[in-house]
Each structure stands twice: as C-alpha cells, then as structure tokens.
Design a protein around this ligand. Structure first.
Ligand code: HEC
Length: 123
C-alpha cells in the first residue's frame, strides 16, 4: 500500500504516469534484499557467509581483501555494474560456475531491477 501511495504521488509530481510503473523502486528492492541478508550485510567491512554488499555497484568482483572468495569468483574478473549484477542474480551458478554462493537466483525481472536500485543506494 505504501509503495502504491508513493508511486501515485510520483505520478502526480511528474506527469509521466507510465514512467512510474516501470521505474526501478529501491524501497521495494530493500524488501527483496531480505533474501540476501541471510548471507550478506549492507554495511561496510562486515562479512557474513558472503562478502559485504556495501558499495557493490561499481566494485570489482572478488575484490574485498578480508573475504575468502572461491576460485571461481576470483577468476570471474568483472565489475559489478547493473548489467552484470542482473545476469548474475538471475542465475548465479550459471554465470559463475563453481561459485560458493548457494542461491537459486531471482527469476522475476522487476524484483531484480528493484533490488539493483536498492544496491545502488549502498554507498
Ligand atoms: C546462502 C547464502 C547467500 C545468499 C542467500 C546470497 N548470497 Fe551472494 N554470496 C554468497 C557467497 C558465499 C558469496 C561468495 C561467492 C564466491 O566466492 O564464490 C557471494 C557473493 C556475492 C556477490 C559477489 C561479491 C563480490 O565481492 O565479488 C554478489 C554481488 C552477491 N553475492 C550478491 C547477492 C545478492 C544481491 C543476494 C540476494 C539476492 C545474494 N547474494 C544472496 C552467499 C549468498
């Protein structure tokens, strides 16, 4: 309900109502992040089972010095931009075969977009 009201207000302020339905929504993405929070924090320097996701957008893969990445992730050699994250989060073990991130992926494109919009706020 809260999102709907927020969206309505947005449409009111900007007379491009269609934009509202498709714009990635970081607030909604924060809820998707609950799935990630089992293994990841959104705080700098705090690793759990997985590395901290603070500042993940624009960060080089496997680049946190205090986290013990798998060989697969060390050999991935990409920067986590929105496109790379979108591919990876749809199906982690296909994009990085052998990763120790045991997560089936997020199949819903809108949920992934919202999640990435949220990840972009972590800086
Ligand atoms: C079951 C635990 C688990 C869950 C749930 C999980 N991850 Fe991970 N994640 C990991 C582990 C472990 C790694 C390290 C992978 C490796 O080294 O192969 C990782 C690595 C990553 C990386 C690469 C980080 C880097 O520094 O290169 C990203 C990006 C990432 N996860 C995003 C997410 C997002 C977003 C979610 C939620 C949709 C998520 N993960 C859910 C365990 C998890």
């Amino acid at each position: 309900m809260r999102f709907w009201v927020g969206c309505g207000l947005f449409a009111f302020l900007l007379p491009v109502a269609a934009e509202c339905a498709t714009a990635p929504n970081a607030e909604a993405g924060k809820i998707v992040f609950v799935k990630c929070a089992l293994c990841h924090t959104n705080e700098p320097g705090k690793n759990k089972i997985g590395p901290s996701l603070f500042g993940i957008v624009g960060r080089k893969s496997a680049s946190l010095p205090d986290y013990n990445y798998s060989e697969a992730m060390k050999n991935f050699h990409h920067t986590w931009d929105a496109k790379t994250l979108d591919n990876y989060l749809a199906d982690p073990r296909t994009v990085v075969p052998g990763t120790k991130m045991i997560f089936p992926g997020i199949k819903d494109e809108t949920q992934r977009e919202n999640l990435i919009a949220y990840l972009e706020t972590l800086k």
